[in-house]
Write a protein that binds this ligand. Structure first.
Ligand code: ASP
Length: 280
């Protein structure tokens, strides 16, 4: 059993040492709580649970503390993928729910598993997810500032459970200040993908991640026999060709974990019950 989580890139406004330390401490705590949860729950439920804890923490750009889009509204996206069944479910541009990742998890039960905008919100309301504003004053101030002066931190988790099953979950408030209607990579196979061999969650510029098909490529390469290291190296070389900005975390069915980023500001933590690794 093992998990690795990421807290995205430091946002432009959040690069102080204080915030960095706060992020590292919270990642450690969340990795520990999620690992405990993994003792008696599947990789899929644990990945969703870990991401919900990250969503609840306003330090991260997902759930509470999400970035505000160009028209002043927060729209969030999240997905979960069960490596064993290879089913993915997600929400795109959902408004006013506390934990988009739990709506994505709920959708796993449906035939229509990825919902967008008002359809996603309607589904959430009908399934008991209360109206909840995820706006925090700091993001509003940043938004007002950008309006005057006319700028990232998705979260994710990949896990392997006691039965060796893999899952990935990713949640985001988006890039910040984007055009309304813009679709993030987080609820696509480029940003969040898993099968029985490998699970990957990405962060970075969604357009670059989609162009590079980052998560799906890494999983495919590992499935075809490459090591995590080689699969990441090739995929990030290809990302470089388009001058892409992204990072990813992965776990394989042997319990190996790996991470790489194109820019050195992404935050990660992994935990296997004994050892923490904290990266940034
Ligand atoms: N990947 C997210 C998006 O483009 C942003 C992020 O990772 O911070 O919507």
């Amino acid at each position: 059993m093992k998990i690795i989580i990421h807290g995205g890139f430091f946002s432009e406004s959040d690069q102080s040492n204080e915030v960095k330390t706060a992020k590292q401490n919270s990642l450690k705590e969340i990795a520990r709580s999620a690992f405990e949860y993994l003792q008696s729950n599947s990789a899929l439920d644990t990945a969703a649970y870990a991401v919900s804890l990250l969503e609840n923490n306003e330090l991260y750009n997902a759930g509470t503390g999400s970035q505000i889009q160009g028209d002043g509204i927060i729209r969030m996206s999240a997905a979960v993928m069960n490596g064993e069944t290879q089913k993915m479910s997600g929400v795109i541009n959902i408004q006013d729910v506390k934990n988009p990742v739990f709506v994505a998890r709920e959708l796993m039960k449906e035939d229509d598993r990825i919902l967008g905008g008002s359809g996603a919100k309607k589904y959430a309301t009908e399934h008991g997810f209360e109206n909840f504003s995820t706006e925090i004053p700091k993001r509003r101030e940043e938004y007002e500032e950008k309006l005057k002066n006319g700028g990232k931190g998705t979260v994710g988790c990949v896990a392997i459970d006691k039965d060796g099953k893999l899952a990935a979950a990713t949640s985001t408030g988006g890039k910040g200040f984007e055009l309304p209607g813009r679709i993030s990579d987080s609820a696509t196979v480029a940003g969040n993908y898993a099968n029985s061999v490998c699970a990957v969650s990405c962060t970075g510029v969604g357009e670059d991640i989609v162009s590079n098909a980052t998560a799906a490529k890494i999983v495919t390469r590992v499935t075809d026999g490459q090591s995590l290291e080689d699969a990441f190296a090739k995929t990030f070389d290809e990302l470089k060709e388009i001058d892409g900005f992204a990072g990813a975390i992965a776990i394989d069915s042997k319990g190996n974990i790996y991470h790489q980023d194109s820019h050195p500001t992404m935050v990660f933590a992994s935990f296997d019950g004994e050892n923490f690794e904290i990266f940034n």
